[in-house]
Structures are given as C-alpha cells and as structure tokens.
Design a protein. Structure first.
Lengths: 432, 326
C-alpha cells in the first residue's frame, strides 16, 4: 500500500462547505485552509469541488471470516469497505466459530490490521454460540487485544428478557453497549418477508412489524430500569421509530441504526420472488421507508449501518424460501444515502458525516475515527464525487459476493479516494 | 395465450373463458369410446413434484396422456430446500433431456415463478401448486365446475360467472386454492366472500377483491356455491383455533347448514376432505357436493391448459361444438 509522506487535497468541499485545501502529513491532517502549497507533497489530488468527509464508520458489517470464506473474508470485506469510503468497520459475531471468545475476536482484529485496508473492530457475541442462554465472556473480549466494546447476537435476538437485562447491566462495568437484533422469535417462525398486503398475496410467511417493535419497547424499558445504554440494530418500521422517539424523549440512553436498503427499497420488490431482495429484517412498506428517512433526518435514528451480508451466488440463485437472507451494502451505502437523504434535501453533507462517521464512531468508541476534518486529527478521509451518476455493476465490486439489490439501478455519487491514517486505500476509484 | 401458467391473477377474462370453453370440448371427448387426442404427440411433459400430491399429479398425468404427450414423472420431495440438488439444476437436467413443458408442484411459494423467469430453462412452466401462493389449475377446474353446474355445459360457453356468489370457507391463510380462486372468480365476474376464523385469514386480506366474514350462517343463505377448504388438524396446535370440535361447530358444513343454502347452490371441495372436520359425511356424499365431479373436471381443464400452452394453433377437437349443435 502506498505511503506518501505528504498528500495535498486541493479544492475539496469539506463536509459540503466551501472548497478548501487539506494537507495530510504522516497520517495526520497537517493543515486545512485555502491556497495551500503543494510544494514538497508526494501526491496532489485535484478534488475539483468533490465532497470531503471523515472516513465512514460502519457499526454493522458481516465479514464472514472465520468460517464462511466462500462469501467474504476480512481481506475482501475490508477492500469493499475502502471502496465504499469506510475507514472503520465493526465485524459482527455470527461467524463459525462464533466470536464469543477472546481468541476469535483477536483473530479478526489482527487480520484487519495485517491487511490494512480498513480498521476492523470485532463485535463480541452476547451469549455463547448466539444461543441466547448463557452470557459469553464479555469481559475477556473487552480486555483482549481487540478491546471489544460492542456486543451483539445479531442474526438472532437476545429474546430472553432476563439474559438481556443481565447483559445490559454487565457491560456497564467497562462501558460496553449491547446492540440488539430486535426480532421476537415466536412471532417470526417461518417468516419470509414483511407481513402485509404483499405477503398475503404472495403466500410467503409474514414477519410482522410488531415482532420488532415489541422487543425494542421491552429493551428501552430494560435499559431505563437498569440505567444502561442500548443500541438497536437495523430498525425497519415506522412503529419502531415512534418507540425510539418516545424513549429518547424520556431520556433513555438508546441509539438506533437504519440500513441503506431500508431507506430505499420496499416489499413490493418481493413480487419478483428474486431472493436478492430477501433480507432480515425484511423490506417494509413505503410508509416505513418515509418514516425511517424522516427519523434519520431528525436524529431519532442516529446512524446508517450497512448490515453488509455477503452470500455466495448459489445461496441466492434458488427459490425464495431456500435462499439466504442478506444483502451486500458497503460499496453502495453512500450512494443510497445520497439519493434518499441528500438529493431529497433531508440531510446536508455535514449531516451525512454525522450519521455515517461521527455518531457511529462515538457509539462504538472507535478511537481515531469519526473525527472532525481539522489540523491535528487522524487523516481518515473520503473524497466523494457527488455529481457522478451511474448504474450499479456488481462485477466491479471488491466484495467476494455479488448479492446486491441494486444491480443495474442508477445511484448517485462515487467514492474516488479513501485515506486510512494518510494512506490511500482507494485512489481514483482504484484500490491500493 | 400466455407462455406459462403461474398465477390465476395473470389470466385475462378472455384467457380464462377460452380455457373453460376448451375444457368443455375436452369433456366431450371423454364421452367418446376412444378418449385420446393426438394434439401433443411427440411432445414430452415432465411432472416435477417436489411435494407429495398423488391427486394433482395423477390428474395432470391423465390429461397429458389423453393428449398423447410422453410423460415423465419426477418426484423430488424436498430436494432443494433440504440442500440436495437445487431446483435450477434439476430443471436444467430435465430440459437437457428434451422436456417440452414442466408441470411443477413445490412447497416454496414462488418456485414456479422463479423457474419461469430466471432464465434457467426455456420450456413453458405450469404451476401445479406452490406453497401457500397459487394453484391456478385448481381455480380453473373450480370455475369450470361452477359454470357447468350453475349455467350448464352448453349455455355456459363463452360465459364468465358474472353475479354468481361464491363463499370460500376455511383455512384461507395457508391456502393456495383460496388465493387462486379469489383471483380467477373476480376476473370472471363472481362475487366472492371468504369465511374463516380471524386467525386463519392473512393480514392484508382486506385488500383482496372479495368480502370477508367471520359468520358462516349469515353468508350461506346468499351463496350460489360454497367451497369448503381442508383444515389440517395440526393447526389447532399452533393456536389457530381451540379444538377440532369448536372449529366444526363454527365453520363446518353439516346437513342443517346445507339445508339453509339456496336450493340450486352447490357444495365444493378441492380435496382431500377431512370428514367430520370442515364437512360432514352427509354433506360430502350428497348430490349437491361436487367433489368427485371436480376431480373429473380437473382432467379436462388441465388438458385445455396443456393444449393451449403447447398445442399451437391446430384445433384440439375436429368435430367442434358448433358442428355438434348443428
């Protein structure tokens, strides 16, 4: 990977503001201003009015290693992350073996460091084997080299109220946070898609909104009761938004994320029976999509997280019921957010920086990430050509998997450069 | 005519009436000493059944054989979902062997649609029932039965089921028969009412082109046809209803209830019947129950579908209805 001592980014709209020059030196932002000299710089990037943001932080990524290297590895997943403008990703625990011990989280952490495309912060499982029965050694994972602070059984809900309560309490000792995959298991047995008019017609098992909302309601009350904080993964319904809004108004320490696909796509797409649209939680209705956008704009939903979920082709090239749930998202997230939030006037670029970098870094305590673009800060940066328009071509993905719902769809924006502590992991759209 | 038959909702009124009229021609052939037609001679049809269904499979097989098609039966129960060979590989294998059409029954909703639209194979696909989604030939044979009984074999030609009141009773939630019937009957102009306990109606049913009622007795007196759906006893274990007896009392069709139906009204059942559950033996064995007739009509209807999808432009039957009525 290239390691220029000095890089000058000339004429970039920092957080969408007036064009400025940014000088990177030795992994740190040395200077931000106008008319900076490129003398002595190893590289000069003519930004020409592109948008400069802090490196994106994804609180919800599935890197699949160890265990499912056929769908993604730490290497391919972090290359996809760099392509999408990310400098830090949180790797979910549902690997094989499950990341429920210090050994596994350290392995994933070290692989991220070795490859150098993007910092990888492992998420630890809440319960042993994600089985929801016995707490994993949360303290040991926190004290490991991986310094885990976010814990989640994502893919499964910590459905037992007592286990959830204990987890929320226990992680307070070291400032951890539990990220809940809110899905009441009994209400979602055999669930294949959002329960509503479309599922009624298609004859696919319904995943009702109430299965998500009832768990969120329970967990914010638990968090309040034990004085802990809770993070809600991939919130997907208008009703969930109302509950989180209520909880925040009550002063409950809750944060929530929304995925790009839930900001754009609806369950109408399931009419194609194409499993590329099969995801958990499922695509909801237009009303939900609009409520999620509004909630992200007003801060009820704190962050965008991709839930990047790679699957091999054969797991999607089949009938709906047999297909795996999940979509890749690292390389299209920013485009979807631009389309749904920026181009609609709901968020400006400073808002995007907040929802995709500052806040997720804060929730996950990602040191050195989500920092302002100013002198003395780590040079974790991304340059975005917001004027670009182009159809998504999965063949060009860095991810090992191609299960994108956006194939052929036109999305705005393109990440041209990503810098991780001053090193260009992506330059002119090409990975280092 | 369309290339595939996946959903009853895809049929236009003209398509549906053409199929019913063609089925009427096929029914006439069955009165002949030799019941076989040469229409599909040299064509190979595969019955690809991923789910047990002796009745439907045999009905398709009979239809195919009466049209002189070569028939391959492929039972692959649970194949793909249980991680055996994939649906795609199975279908491509069959097509490589020169299959001209695939009749598919599958436990997964949407599997026939995937087969027809994913570019896996070129052959026409006929849905013989997919999950809880659709069973279009069942709806066609039901409509055919209603038209014959309520309008008449000759008088019905060219007609839909305009203004006919059809009540469908039972486990609508898990029923592809109900979904297909609501779609097709609506297309043909009938007025459909679904009757079930609220637990056995899907969320979203209010958007369907039909009425919904929880009260069977109130609906019976206004019905030209009452279609009873099979209710699996296991459903009560998932709390869809408390007991078999309570279900029967509230939603079962017995002699007393049948007596309150209009005199001309018929009782239908797609089979297999659970006697004593949704229908009593007295009703099932009465002259008003068309269950056995529906089985016979199933063969004619499936012959019509196969002929229209595969047979090209040649008339199926040489001495057509018009000649006979001359």
């Amino acid at each position: 990977m290239s390691e220029p001592k000095k890089t000058l980014i000339r004429g970039a709209k920092v957080l969408g503001g007036e064009p400025q020059d940014v000088l990177i030196d030795g992994g740190v932002i040395a200077q931000v201003g106008t008319g900076l000299s490129g003398d002595g710089a190893d590289t000069v990037v003519e930004a020409g009015g592109k948008i400069l943001l802090p490196g994106l932080v994804d609180l919800h990524t599935h890197l699949r290693e160890p265990g499912r290297e056929d769908s993604e590895t730490v290497l391919t997943g972090t290359r996809a992350a760099a392509s999408g403008g990310y400098t830090s990703v949180f790797a979910m625990a549902n690997t094989f073996p499950v990341a429920d011990t210090a050994g596994v989280v350290e392995q994933v952490y070290r692989l991220g460091q070795e490859h150098g495309y993007c910092d990888v912060q492992p998420i630890g499982a809440v319960t042993v084997g994600l089985e929801g029965v016995k707490l994993a050694e949360l303290g040991a994972m926190h004290e490991s080299a991986a310094a885990v602070t976010v814990f989640s059984d994502d893919g499964k809900c910590v459905h037992d109220a007592v286990i959830m309560r204990r987890a929320l309490e226990y992680v307070k000792a070291f400032g951890g946070v539990v990220a809940q995959h809110a899905q009441e298991p009994r209400l979602t047995e055999g669930a294949q898609m959002n329960e509503g008019t479309v599922s009624a017609e298609l004859g696919l098992g319904g995943w009702p909104a109430v299965a998500e909302e009832s768990i969120i309601a329970r967990d914010v009350l638990l968090a309040e009761h034990v004085g802990s904080r809770v993070h809600i993964c991939h919130l997907s319904t208008a009703g969930s938004v109302e509950i989180v809004r209520w909880a925040k108004s009550r002063g409950i320490d809750v944060t929530a994320e929304v995925t790009p696909h839930h900001l754009l796509l609806t369950d109408e797409l399931v009419r194609t029976y194409n499993p590329v649209y099969k995801v958990n939680p499922p695509l909801r209705t237009e009303k939900d999509v609009m409520a999620l956008r509004e909630a992200l704009a007003d801060g009820t939903i704190d962050i965008v997280a991709t839930d990047h979920a790679p699957h091999p082709h054969e797991d999607k090239d089949c009938e709906w019921a047999a297909a795996a749930m999940g979509m890749v998202g690292l390389e299209t997230a920013l485009g979807v957010v631009q389309q749904t939030m920026v181009d609609t006037g709901l968020l400006d670029w400073a808002g995007v920086a907040d929802r995709m970098s500052f806040k997720p870094a804060e929730i996950g305590q990602a040191t050195g990430h989500g920092r302002p673009v100013s002198a003395g800060e780590p040079a974790n940066l991304v340059l975005v050509d917001a004027d670009y328009r182009g159809a998504v071509d999965p063949a060009g993905f860095a991810s090992r998997s191609r299960n994108t719902p956006y194939e052929g769809r036109e999305l705005p924006g393109r990440v041209t450069h990503t810098w991780l502590r001053g090193k260009a992991t992506l330059a002119d759209g090409k990975l280092a | 005519m369309m290339r595939h038959l996946i959903s009853a909702a895809d049929l236009t009124r003209d398509d549906a009436v053409l199929i019913l009229d063609t089925a009427e021609e096929m029914a006439r052939v069955s009165d002949r000493p030799i019941k076989k037609l040469p229409a599909l001679r040299g064509r190979t049809v595969c019955n690809l059944f991923f789910e047990d269904s002796t009745r439907t499979r045999i009905s398709f097989e009979a239809a195919e054989k009466r049209l002189s098609a070569d028939v391959i039966n492929f039972a692959a129960k649970g194949s793909s979902v249980s991680k055996g060979e994939s649906l795609k590989d199975t279908a491509q294998t069959l097509e490589a062997m020169g299959v001209d059409a695939v009749v598919i029954r599958h436990g997964a909703s949407g599997a026939p649609y995937r087969l027809a639209t994913s570019g896996w194979i070129d052959a026409p696909v006929i849905n013989a029932g997919d999950g809880t989604h659709q069973h279009p030939t069942q709806a066609l044979l039901d409509a055919f039965t209603m038209r014959r009984r309520l309008t008449g074999p000759d008088a019905g030609i060219g007609q839909g089921l305009d203004g006919r009141r059809v009540t469908i009773v039972g486990d609508v939630l898990h029923s592809r028969v109900a979904r297909s019937n609501v779609d097709l009957l609506h297309t043909l102009g009938a007025e459909v009412t679904l009757v079930a306990p609220p637990t056995l109606l899907p969320v979203g049913v209010e958007t369907w082109p039909c009425e919904v009622s929880y009260d069977l007795d109130a609906t019976l007196t206004k019905s030209d046809a009452v279609m009873m759906l099979r209710v699996q006893r296991e459903r009560m274990n998932a709390a869809f209803f408390p007991t078999e007896r309570e279900y029967s009392r509230r939603y079962g069709l017995d002699g007393d209830r049948m007596a309150r139906m209009p005199e001309h009204a018929i009782v239908m059942h797609p089979g297999p019947m659970v006697r004593g559950m949704e229908i009593t033996a007295q009703v099932a064995d009465s002259g008003r129950c068309t269950a056995v007739e529906q089985v016979a009509n199933g063969v004619f209807t499936r012959m019509a579908v196969l002929y229209l999808l595969l047979g090209g432009n040649e008339p199926a039957v040489t001495n057509t209805r018009t000649e006979e009525t001359k």
